[in-house]
Write a protein that binds this ligand. Structure first.
Ligand SMILES: *[C@@H]1O[C@H](CO)[C@@H](O)[C@H](O)[C@H]1NC(C)=O
Ligand SMILES: *[C@@H]1O[C@H](CO)[C@@H](O)[C@H](O)[C@H]1NC(C)=O
Ligand SMILES: *[C@@H]1O[C@H](CO)[C@@H](O)[C@H](O)[C@H]1NC(C)=O
Ligand SMILES: *[C@@H]1O[C@H](CO)[C@@H](O)[C@H](O)[C@H]1NC(C)=O
Ligand SMILES: *[C@@H]1O[C@H](CO)[C@@H](O)[C@H](O)[C@H]1NC(C)=O
Ligand SMILES: [Zn+2]
Length: 322
């Protein structure tokens, strides 16, 4: 049941508010969608890696994760994608604040600017033109280094068939095969106006302002988390492989006008499975004001995924249990 959701139903209020930023189609959602088969296979792979886990502490990266920011732009104005370094600093603070409970932190190594009119206007992350023109020449480091790219439009054809729509962000997972997007070259992409204060543009005419939790969500994927509604439209007991994020479906959260954490905090879209929906979770599609937590189960998964697939050790983590 991939691609069962329509982007227009997800963040239509944000879309309307940001219509002046691009009138081509709808903006919303995230492109990092895993199939159930991939979730199961990746889980088997993690178990195998755990059995063969290296024990030499020198093999692992400790301390802040080096982060390289690549600003794709079309001219030197904010509207042309040319983010101010203050906006990126504010976004990095939001990222670190929200990740503090996980034991991971991120240190900005460098900001580089890439002028490319066509790719700024429409970044098709499933085409090698983007990989060859943007990612291959600029990506820094290996699997223990975070590379973030900002652009104005993210076309993800394989997931959302309507070429007129854009997702807010997309990321690879620590196990590349969990969400296989080789053209991303192990990177995170987000729309530049998803940064705090609409990326420095300030409030839109209707007062809507993105707050920077899109990047927190995408780095949630980069550190090993699936959506809490993994399975999307069905109540799937395999779900996101995290016990304390109850299985749920996406639609009831997407379709409320008022943020779900105020409108219906006890919503339970899978009543036959344990628990009510995680309406405060970073890995759910909920209004930004509702996104406040990674659960202990998610943090445990991030620790293990980052250790096994990226060779990164979270502060306070001693490696997977044998
Ligand atoms: C910069 O690019 C944006 C986006 O295409 C455009 O709206 C704006 O008019 C441009 N500004 C200048 C000064 O060229
Ligand atoms: C750092 O950014 C500058 C431009 O701001 C760029 O010229 C340089 O190549 C970047 N270095 C790395 C290692 O990315
Ligand atoms: C694009 O290039 C990458 C890196 O060389 C490769 O892994 C990938 O398969 C290519 N994708 C397509 C669609 O050709
Ligand atoms: C995409 O936008 C164009 C121009 O507005 C329109 O003609 C076309 O029907 C749209 N395509 C889809 C699939 O909505
Ligand atoms: C973006 O590029 C893709 C791939 O070339 C194309 O299919 C899509 O229609 C384009 N979208 C827009 C809004 O121009
Ligand atoms: Zn996502």
């Amino acid at each position: 049941m991939r691609a069962a959701l329509s982007i227009s139903s997800i963040l239509s209020c944000a879309t309307a508010a940001l219509a002046h930023l691009g009138d081509r189609g709808e903006i919303g959602g995230c492109g990092s969608i895993a199939t159930r088969d991939a979730v199961v296979l990746s889980s088997v792979k993690a178990q195998q890696l755990k059995r063969n886990a290296r024990r030499n502490a020198d093999d692992y990266h400790h301390g802040p994760i080096q982060t390289y920011w690549h600003v794709i732009h079309t001219n030197d104005t904010v509207r042309g994608g040319h983010l101010e370094s203050e906006t990126i600093d504010a976004q990095m603070d939001i990222l670190n604040t929200n990740f503090a409970p996980t034991g991971f932190s991120f240190e900005l190594g460098n900001i580089s600017y890439i002028k490319n009119d066509e790719i700024f206007a429409n970044t098709s992350v499933l085409e090698n033109s983007t990989y060859e023109a943007i990612v291959a020449p600029t990506h820094v480091g290996g699997k223990d280094t975070l590379n973030i790219y900002t652009t104005s439009w993210l076309h993800v054809a394989a997931v959302y068939s309507n070429g007129n729509d854009s997702v807010l962000g997309i990321s690879t997972m620590p196990d590349e095969e969990a969400v296989p997007i080789p053209e991303l070259g192990d990177s995170v992409f987000v729309l530049y106006f998803s940064l705090p204060g609409n990326g420095g543009l300030g409030p839109s005419k209707s007062g809507v302002e993105f707050q920077g939790t899109t990047l927190v969500h995408e780095v949630g994927h980069w550190t090993g988390l699936y959506h809490t509604f993994q399975g999307e439209s069905e109540c799937d007991a395999v779900n996101d492989e995290v016990d304390d994020t109850p299985a749920h479906t996406l639609q009831p959260h997407a379709l409320t006008d008022e943020p779900i954490c105020r409108a219906n905090p006890n919503v339970d879209s899978c009543p036959d499975l344990p628990g009510s929906d995680p309406i405060n979770n970073h890995m759910n599609y909920v209004a930004e004001e509702c996104r406040t937590e990674f659960t202990p189960g998610q943090i445990a998964r991030q620790h293990e995924q980052m250790y096994l697939f990226r060779g990164i050790v979270a502060e306070g983590y001693d490696g997977p249990e044998a």
